[in-house]
Design a protein around this ligand. Structure first.
Ligand SMILES: [Zn+2]
Ligand SMILES: [Zn+2]
Length: 351
């Protein structure tokens, strides 16, 4: 073999080795880049091993993190659903408690029983259930009063601390929109809607190579406001999952939301659940077509450039008959209806 032939052969072997080593490393890195959302708590779904109930919880695995987003309405049901999906809640990077409504936080005791030290992010509200604090200068003083008539005998602590209904939990309060780790942001907005005025809610926005993946709980501050806030991070909104709180909204309001999400914010994919509402499921499916992903209890939403719903048995139809019956029964008993109060529901029906 001549010297040049030997060189060509060596070069060919070398590049083949390089190619094969690239090929063996890329699936490994792809596995590390799991991007999916698993719905662990909702009132509609197809998984017979899980219990449907009003509330929301989802495991979000994305950007190398495992995040539990809300805990549903009942610890025993959360425990059952988590086991049915084989989810390990001892391995979490952190937990988000989106807002104080019981259908999102009541499963919390089960989470703490299996993972008592896990980091939890919750909204900072004045005198909220997650605990709070205020500088003592907030209240007016009257120095002419005798000490026994004055708060703290006239010498209050600089910061007044208020308790949480979850003592011992590793809760960090979030006051304003905060990037927790590069690319993962908690959006903090306040509701202005009747019945939930001043309620603070956290939504989870993950900036991915495909655009923003946004997970919302109840959208009490308004789904359009939350999406607008997410668009400040990256105007390309790739995926929105969760509850849009349009259970009692009338058709024109529903159509406006569907159009705004589709035409103004150009959301690529939508996977609504929880308090989005039946007519809104239908409207969003009409608007988004095959970019509407069914996201019932037990569904795993595989993200990436072309997301898909892993438990989707059908390509058409939003909810089947069984789903609808369960969803309506649970909705009738829900906390979310009382968000706006019975009067609000009544008004929504008569107007
Ligand atoms: Zn809710
Ligand atoms: Zn709520």
């Amino acid at each position: 073999m001549r010297k040049t032939q030997l060189f060509v052969l060596m070069a060919a072997i070398g590049s083949a080795w390089l190619l094969s080593s690239c090929a063996t490393t890329s699936p490994t890195s792809a596995a590390a880049e799991t991007a999916r959302i698993t719905v662990l708590y909702d009132a509609f779904g197809k998984n017979a091993a899980m219990t449907k109930d009003w509330g929301y919880a989802a495991l979000v695995e994305i950007n190398g993190k495992r995040i539990l987003f809300d805990t549903g309405d009942d610890p025993a049901i959360l425990a059952k659903n988590v086991k049915a999906k084989g989810v390990d809640l001892t391995k979490l990077d952190f937990v988000v408690l989106s807002h104080r409504h019981s259908d999102h936080v009541s499963g919390f005791s089960y989470l703490l029983s299996v993972n008592p030290k896990v980091k939890i992010y919750a909204p900072k509200e004045g005198f909220g259930i997650f605990g709070s604090d205020l500088p003592s200068k907030f209240y007016r003083k009257d120095e002419a009063l005798p000490a026994e008539m004055r708060y703290y005998g006239g010498t209050p602590p600089e910061i007044m601390k208020f308790g949480t209904v979850f003592p011992g939990a590793n809760i960090q309060l979030i006051d304003k929109t905060t990037e927790l780790v590069p690319g993962i942001t908690l959006i903090a907005l306040v509701s202005d809607a009747p019945g939930t005025k001043e309620l603070k809610e956290l939504s989870l926005a993950i900036n991915t190579a495909d655009g923003i993946v946004l997970v919302v709980a109840c959208s009490h501050p308004g789904i359009e406001s939350i999406v607008a806030e997410a668009a400040k991070i990256n105007p390309h909104i790739h995926f929105v999952a969760g509850g849009f709180h349009l259970v009692v909204a009338q058709d024109p309001a529903i159509e406006k939301v569907a159009t705004t999400l589709h035409d103004t914010y150009k959301v690529d994919y939508i996977a609504p659940g929880h308090c989005t509402g039946e007519p809104t499921f239908a409207a969003l499916q009409r608007t988004f077509g095959d970019h509407y992903l069914y996201a019932g209890l037990g569904t795993t939403l595989d993200l990436g450039a072309n997301p898909r719903a892993a438990s989707d048995r059908r390509t058409t139809g939003v909810l089947d008959e069984g789903d609808l019956r369960a969803y309506r029964t649970l909705l009738a008993q829900s906390d979310d209806l009382s968000d706006g109060g019975p009067e609000f529901v009544h008004l929504a029906q008569v107007n």
